[in-house]
Design a protein. Sequence first.
Length: 67
Amino acid sequence: MHEEIEVGFQAFVSDAAEEFGAIRDISPDGKVLTVYVENAGDFLIPGAAVVSVQSGKVSFDCAKVDG
């Protein structure tokens, strides 16, 4: 079953147990996610960096997150 990403889901990198932010917005084409990081603001992350989506959590491949 494929779970759709929704605003408010927690954001993680695939090799860490702690969340680093939350999904704030999703582009209409789903190719870019805006992730809010506390005390740092909004960051745009490509949808191609998503590794998995489950139970309200989105995991990203850190190597694919442009920072």
